[in-house]
Write a new protein. Structure first.
Length: 201
């Protein structure tokens, strides 16, 4: 009877937990995106003033529940000297959100290089990838097709993993729900996939 009840309790209330990394160059809008996400998905969360967010030294952690899934976000600092820490988190992650500053054409190649290095890591093979073309609220920003063109030579390295380029504004919240809902769908589907061939011993 106890087993039956505890099984029922787990079925009804226990969440499946997924770790999602938020990566991208400094100033891309990662922490703003995390705060906006927490505000949108956590009913009782009193969001902080987005204009008070300063550069991340280390990491920020945030959690949201979407249906039976609990997403734990690790928002890592994007400054050049902090990028060398990103790969310490790859093995634990079920999904990656890569944030691009669509207003910063000058650093687009730098962002692409960091992205390419990240997706080349074996530890992230098969992990769903949400690419956010952020700051779309700024009139003169690069469009999604502009960004896709600039990142086009990464396509072979992305391979067959799930990948979506989502226009968004972390500041206004536009595109945030769509991105998160896509990520939830992908991590759930991915965890139920059979293991990759090389994992089978
Ligand atoms: N206009 C506009 N500004 C944004 C948006 N998202 C973030 N910003 C601004 O961009 C700046 C950097 O935002 P952060 O969230 O601190 O960027 P970050 O990627 O976390 O930066 P690091 O922590 O240094 O890696 C801040 O001044 C934000 O207000 C957006 O969607 N639109
Ligand atoms: Mg930050």
């Amino acid at each position: 009877m106890y087993t039956l009840l505890s099984g029922l309790y787990k079925y009804m209330f226990q969440k499946d937990e997924y770790c999602v990394l938020i990566l991208g160059l400094d100033n891309a809008g990662k922490t703003t995106f995390l705060e906006q996400t927490k505000t949108k998905f956590n009913k009782n969360y009193k969001g902080m003033n987005l204009s008070k967010i300063t550069t991340t030294v280390g990491l920020n952690i945030g959690t949201i529940d979407v249906g039976k899934a609990r997403l734990m976000f690790w928002d890592l600092g994007g400054q050049e000297e902090l990028q060398s820490l990103w790969d310490k988190y790859y093995a634990e992650s079920h999904g990656v959100i890569y944030v691009i500053d669509s207003t910063d054409e000058e650093r687009l190649t730098e962002s692409k290089d960091a992205f390419e290095k990240m997706i080349s890591s074996e530890a992230l093979e098969g992990v769903p990838l949400l690419v956010l073309a952020n700051k779309q609220d700024v009139e003169s920003c690069l469009s999604v097709p502009d960004i896709k063109t600039a990142f086009s030579d990464c396509a072979p390295k992305i391979g067959k993993r799930d990948c979506l380029v989502q226009p968004c504004s972390a500041l206004s919240g536009e595109g945030v729900n769509e991105g998160i809902e896509w990520m939830v769908k992908c991590v759930i589907r991915n965890i139920h996939r059979p293991p990759r061939q090389k994992d089978i011993t």
